[in-house]
Design a protein around this ligand. Structure first.
Ligand code: ACO
Length: 330
């Protein structure tokens, strides 16, 4: 008997506070007009850490909505995977915080770091566990509070990111047609310098006085990332389609990582994707890294843009660098 993974629920959550482009004008040399025309971003949500908003609180809220849609409870979960580069703590993991909060007594849980590719990496890992028969039902999360890693004096990065979380529930099926058809995961550590957070890990620990003022924020060579993001998301999309002898014309809906509207437009142009076959929400949320794709999936599904039977192609690119694609049939 062969097993496959069926998507049966999604959810998303955002912090309350909304920051507009105009809000940045008071502390960096920028303008609403520059941000809108060069990135497509109008607003983003920023977590209020002092009020208890965090990666785990957003992830828990998103997970509860996904469980509700799937008509399941935490007790039904066997696996929880959280893609994040902003865990609440190193130990316990955000996955374990979720496991406790959701009462998922049976589940094993962990975090993975693949920057903006975290959700598709997690989806692929959960799919492998389900296909082997080891897991019946999995919760996959992409959740970030990247605002905690921003250098608010760097206009080249601080305007780009937002906080949020998205969740997806997968369950075992014997129906290969309505399932995760395939995923492709990629990394290139030789290009790690173009998008990185240089310090904060164990090599430059914050608790040693000589390291206290080192740089724990996001560094990005924007135009290099831009070019690589376009090329790699297109290549990864074509690769997962080729695995299934499909072309972009066979896809009903496309979800691309939301970093810059110009990146989206270039991907859409090359793959010949009409505007009505894709979802764009970076105007409202900015780049929410690993949360981006599950949030797009959740919004597109709940609002009827995608429906049962549709083939949905997802592609992403993230720091480190990592990139990935995934093809599902609802
Ligand atoms: N306001 C005003 N001017 C700005 C701003 C700003 N917020 N940011 C940069 N500029 C300036 C630069 O300083 C530069 O000025 P100069 O010519 O005087 O030196 C000028 O604008 C042009 O800078 P570029 O970097 O060439 O601008 P570009 O058009 O490439 O846009 C951007 C920059 C938005 C960062 C773009 O390169 C981009 O979106 N890159 C990709 C980001 C991405 O895909 N990230 C994905 C992964 S994220 C993750 O994994 C966490």
């Amino acid at each position: 008997m062969s097993f496959f993974s069926q998507l049966i629920g999604t959810g998303s959550a955002f912090p309350e506070k909304v920051m507009t482009n105009a809000d940045f004008e008071s502390f960096v040399e920028t303008s609403d007009e520059w941000i809108r025309t060069r990135t497509g971003i109008h607003t983003r949500h920023i977590a209020d850490i002092r009020k208890g908003e965090s990666t785990s609180s957003l992830a828990i809220a998103a997970a509860k909505k996904a469980l509700e849609m799937a008509k399941l409870s935490g007790k039904d979960l066997d696996l929880i995977v959280v893609g994040t580069v902003t865990p609440d703590s190193v130990m316990p993991t955000t996955g374990n915080l979720l496991q406790a909060a959701l009462g998922a007594e049976r589940a094993f849980s962990f975090d993975l770091q693949a920057a903006c590719s975290g959700f598709l990496y997690g989806l692929s890992i959960a799919d492998q566990f389900i296909r082997t028969g080891a897991v019946q039902t999995a919760l996959v999360i992409g959740a970030e509070t990247l605002s905690t890693l921003i250098n608010w004096q760097d206009r080249g990065t601080c305007v780009l990111f937002g906080d949020g979380a998205g969740a997806a529930i997968l369950t075992r099926t014997s129906d290969p047609e309505h399932s995760i058809l395939g995923t492709r995961l990629y990394s290139d550590g030789t290009k790690g310098d173009i998008l990185k957070i240089p310090h904060g890990g164990a090599k430059v620990p914050h608790y040693l006085p000589e390291y206290r003022h080192k740089d724990h924020s996001i560094h990005m060579q924007g135009s290099e990332v831009f070019k690589l993001a376009v090329r790699n998301m297109i290549d990864a999309s074509m690769a997962v389609l080729a695995d299934h002898h499909l072309t972009p014309e066979d896809v009903d809906f496309f979800l691309f990582h939301q970093a810059n509207v110009r990146i989206l437009e270039m991907c859409m142009k090359t793959l010949k994707v009409p505007r009505e076959k894709t979802w764009i929400n970076l105007d409202r949320y900015g780049n929410t890294s690993a949360a981006t794709l599950p949030v797009c999936l959740d919004e597109a599904w709940r609002q009827g843009a995608i429906k049962t039977g549709d083939r949905v192609l997802m592609a992403t690119f993230g720091g480190g660098v990592t990139w990935a694609s995934g093809l599902i049939r609802l």
